[in-house]
Write a protein that binds this ligand. Structure first.
Ligand SMILES: Nc1ncnc2c1ncn2[C@@H]1O[C@H](COP(=O)(O)OP(=O)(O)OP(=O)(O)O)[C@@H](O)[C@H]1O
Length: 232
């Protein structure tokens, strides 16, 4: 489903160059659950942005279902994201003027789905926000906003979910419930999951854990009960 070929990326800030990825190759098959871990500031969020076509690489390519993102224009990329992806950013990107229910229903409303609000309500219930449907983002806590963003990312059952620390701001119990929701979605609909997480217990429930460090992605290997694994 996803193929990274010799992918390189850096940011320029004035004269200084921040290297994020150096000639990375990776294949992710449909239905896979992939966790991305690694120290703060190594580029995990940037990698998700590349996968979503929201950043352009310096070299190499990102292919999604045999389409090269580099060959798509802005509108085609936006269509691809709308139709095929559910994205959870660290900053949530909720629409401030819409209620939790309308935010969560947005992808289905845009797709012209008649039962958009009913389906969004079911998901908001599942993330524990059944009593917050009519609240605006400014009236919700950070963790509640995060859960609305997760409901919005999942509501149209996308082929691919890209989530940046989806359990990061949540207490253990709520975080575990959100983790279950993502894994259930994967089990039920075959959604491919690519999740940035520092939560190793959650990461280990994925098929693969990749560590991003020094511009390289390395697959982590675990002993049976070792939650402090080193990259292979
Ligand atoms: N638009 C930008 N311009 C310049 N530098 C940037 C930009 N965005 C990110 N960076 C830098 O690139 C590096 C990687 O950032 P990124 O957010 O991808 O890291 P991360 O691994 O997701 O970090 P964290 O785990 O703390 O969320 C950081 O050093 C950051 O300061």
């Amino acid at each position: 489903m996803i193929r990274l070929n010799q992918l390189s990326m850096h940011y320029m800030l004035g004269e200084s160059r921040i290297d994020i990825l150096h000639e990375v190759n990776l294949e992710i098959t449909a239905g896979e659950r992939v966790a991305i871990a690694g120290p703060s500031g190594t580029g995990k969020t940037s990698l998700l942005l590349l996968l979503a076509g929201l950043e352009r690489p310096a070299a190499g390519s990102v292919r999604f279902d045999d389409r090269s993102l580099g060959e798509l224009d802005r509108d085609q990329l936006a269509d691809l994201r709308r139709d095929c992806m559910g994205i959870v950013f660290q900053s949530f990107h909720l629409v401030p003027s819409l209620t939790a229910l309308d935010n969560a229903a947005l992808p289905l409303e845009i797709a012209g789905c008649r039962d958009a609000r009913a389906r969004a309500r079911v998901l908001l219930d599942k993330v524990g926000l059944g009593a917050r449907l009519d609240h605006y983002p400014g009236q919700l806590s950070g963790g509640e906003q995060q859960r609305v963003a997760i409901a919005r990312a999942l509501v149209h059952e996308p082929k691919l979910v890209l989530a940046d620390e989806p359990t990061g701001n949540l207490d253990d119990r709520t975080g575990a419930a959100i983790g279950e929701l993502l894994l259930d979605l994967n089990a039920q609909t075959g959604t491919t999951l690519i999740l940035v997480t520092h939560d190793m217990a959650f990461a280990r429930r994925c098929d693969r854990v990749l560590r991003l460090s020094g511009g390289a992605l390395t697959e982590m290997q675990f002993e049976s009960d070792d939650t402090h694994a080193q990259p292979a």
